[in-house]
Design a protein around this ligand. Structure first.
Ligand SMILES: Nc1ncnc2c1ncn2[C@@H]1O[C@H](COP(=O)(O)OP(=O)(O)OP(=O)(O)O)[C@@H](O)[C@H]1O
Ligand SMILES: [Mg+2]
Length: 607
């Protein structure tokens, strides 16, 4: 593993503590104090022993005098250590807990505002896993740092070399053995790093698979996919394990050798000490001191190995975590973007081109202009680019070429929030939160009163079915509206937009799931809503767009015909043929009396 990567990831982990740096510094100092205690203890212990062994030679008074000094110092060190320990154990945990939730919340906010193109490529299950696991790992690292890593680092880097001053022969043995085990750890880390990356990739794949299957449980059950899905999952699990085992083997080797090093160190130091003592080069106190050092430092080494191992295991997923945090949205407020004034509703597409992938343009130089208050219908075969054009209007994406203007202003010059606040969308698929019906309706206007809620629901012909629900407006909606019929979902989506009451409206197949009678009623409500505001209607059922001011016919990302209903029928082009198939003959289209004339229309192709 590249050490730089290791360092940079750990640097980011610590960098996240910047908001609480003052407390972090205090805790660091407390840790330094804590690191010193285990070194001072054996030194003072050794001194006490030497005092006692020489007591007979030096006389009681001198021994007593020095003894009081040593014990006073020892007591001071003990009390100081306790104080530092209290500080650390009280505040390190709090800090770690607080920061974990803080960072998780930041991650959550960041992900929610990421560009939709990103979300189309990253599964929600994976993002959820990265968020939760990342929070846990950061928590562990922070806590570990304040509980032990910091003091361990100080112990090893500063105090270990200082032991040379006490007795260089014994110190040397310790340094050599400890360095050896450090090198071993580094070697194993390097060897197993990429394998651990594979493990992490499989973990993410597992989260993705599980999220995907659970989210599509209806599909799994109806296509009797249970065993197939299980097989896929087991497959991932097996690959994960076969990638994980070699890594574990290596770390088992480290752990065994670590134990051996510990034993060897203790024995060698003792033997060396005894030999030096016989030669008169070391006192018994020094041997005791060194034995104390050795056992303490060996414990520290265990911690270092644990830390390196932990960070190593987590480096890949932490990297993923930071990668998500570093992702910048392609659709973002431009510098200097200002809030959009309340709009009148003139909309202009000026040679707008857009493609999801380089191979094919979803929109190709689309131009049109709509006056305030007009209603515009977008028709055309499925996949022609209608939804895409509307997605650009509320900046789900930005066009690669061309400009979209509202009231003459390029929509990229205003803040995205202020733009979207003025546009209401009924999406092709009714997106619903896993919350109560009331909460779902209030999405566009959180402060709406119950009366307003009911009014909107009535207009959308939703009130009656809502009242029949077990807890009426407080009924919990299943994930993605799973406990509602398609038409009920659509009516909630319409009620939601009625409540938002925006000056610009986009209805993407808003009534496609409704029966003819309900559709006619909802159309009436939408007709009232359309009055005085610019409205875009995407419809396959042509009866619903008879009185549109302008009809744009899309084909392969281009507008191939435009004009009023009768005008286009008279032209006898693509639209006229469309009308002919839907109403069986073009003459009938002339006599259809609006949505009420539904029995004559054929079902649209995507129903
Ligand atoms: N997120 C996406 N990533 C890649 N391609 C996409 C994406 N969304 C749509 N497309 C493609 O862009 C083209 C236009 O899609 P769009 O959704 O605008 O069609 P549409 O006219 O609304 O069709 P429909 O009537 O079926 O809703 C299609 O070929 C579609 O496959
Ligand atoms: Mg569409």
């Amino acid at each position: 593993m590249r050490a730089s990567l290791f360092v940079s990831i750990y640097g980011r982990v610590l960098g996240l503590l910047r908001p609480v740096r003052r407390l972090a510094v205090v805790l660091t100092l407390a840790n330094l104090a804590l690191a010193a205690v285990p070194f001072l203890d054996p030194i003072l212990f050794g001194k006490a022993i030497d005092l006692l062994t020489h007591a007979a030679a030096r006389g009681a008074e001198a021994t007593f005098h020095d003894g009081v000094r040593v014990f006073a110092l020892w007591a001071a060190v003990g009390v100081g250590g306790i104080g530092a320990r209290i500080l650390v154990s009280l505040h390190a945990d709090r800090l770690a807990h607080r920061q974990r939730l803080d960072v998780t919340a930041k991650f959550f906010e960041h992900v929610l505002q990421l560009h939709l193109a990103y979300h189309r490529s990253a599964h929600s299950g994976r993002l959820l896993k990265i968020m939760l696991q990342g929070g846990d790992q950061l928590f562990g690292l922070w806590l570990g740092m304040f509980r032990e890593h910091l003091s361990t680092l100080v112990a090893l880097l500063v105090l270990l070399p200082l032991t040379v001053l006490l007795n260089w022969q014994m110190a040397l043995i310790m340094i050599v053995l400890i360095t050896g085990s450090g090198l071993l750890t580094a070697y194993v880390t390097r060897r197993t790093f990429s394998a651990q990356g594979e493990v992490e990739a499989y973990r993410s794949a597992m989260a993705e698979r599980a999220g995907d299957a659970i989210g599509n449980v209806v599909l799994v059950q109806s296509f009797v996919r249970l065993s197939a899905e299980m097989r896929l999952m087991r497959d991932v699990i097996e690959r994960l394990l076969s990638a994980q085992f070699p890594v574990l083997n290596w770390w088992a080797v480290v752990s065994v050798l670590q134990g051996a090093v510990a034993t060897i160190t203790v024995i060698t130091i003792f033997a060396m000490g005894a030999w030096l003592n016989l030669k008169g080069q070391a006192t018994v106190g020094e041997i005791v001191t060194f034995m104390g050092f050795a056992t303490h430092l060996l414990g520290r080494i265990d911690q270092v190995v644990g830390f390196v191992n932990g960070l190593f295991m987590e480096a890949h997923s932490l990297r993923e975590f930071f990668e998500v945090l570093d992702t910048r949205s392609a659709v973002a407020d431009h510098p200097g973007a200002r809030p959009m004034e309340p709009i009148r509703g003139r909309v202009e597409f000026d040679r707008v081109s857009f493609s999801y992938d380089p191979q094919r343009r979803a929109l190709d130089a689309v131009s049109f202009a709509v006056e305030p208050g007009q209603s515009v219908a977008l028709v055309g075969e499925t996949g022609a680019g209608k939804s895409t054009a509307m997605a650009l209007l509320h900046r789900q994406d930005d066009p690669q070429e061309g400009v979209i203007r509202i009231d003459g202003i390029d929509i990229r010059e205003v803040t995205i929030d202020s733009l979207r606040a003025q546009i209401g969308v009924v999406f092709q698929e009714s997106l619903l939160f896993y919350r109560s019906i009331a909460d779902n309706l209030r999405v566009g206007r959180p402060d709406a009163t119950d009366a307003e809620l009911e009014e909107a629901a009535r207009l959308a012909r939703a009130h009656d079915f809502i009242r029949r629900q077990p807890r009426a407006y407080q009924t919990q909606i299943g994930e993605r509206g799973s406990n509602l019929s398609g038409g009920e979902r659509q009516r909630l989506a319409i009620a939601r937009v009625l409540l938002k009451n925006p000056p610009l409206l986009i209805l993407d197949e808003a009534t496609s799931a409704l029966d003819a009678e309900t559709e006619a009623q909802v159309q009436q409500a939408l007709g009232n809503l359309k009055r005085g505001r610019t409205t875009f209607i995407i419809a396959h059922r042509l009866a619903t767009i008879r009185d549109a001011d302008l009809i744009l016919v899309f084909q392969n990302g281009r507008i191939i015909e435009r004009g009023g209903f009768q005008e286009l029928v008279r032209q006898g082009g693509y639209f006229a043929r469309l009308v002919a198939t839907q109403f069986q003959n073009p003459a009938a289209a002339e006599t259809v009396s609006g949505p009420g004339g539904e029995p004559m229309s054929l079902p649209s192709d995507d129903m």
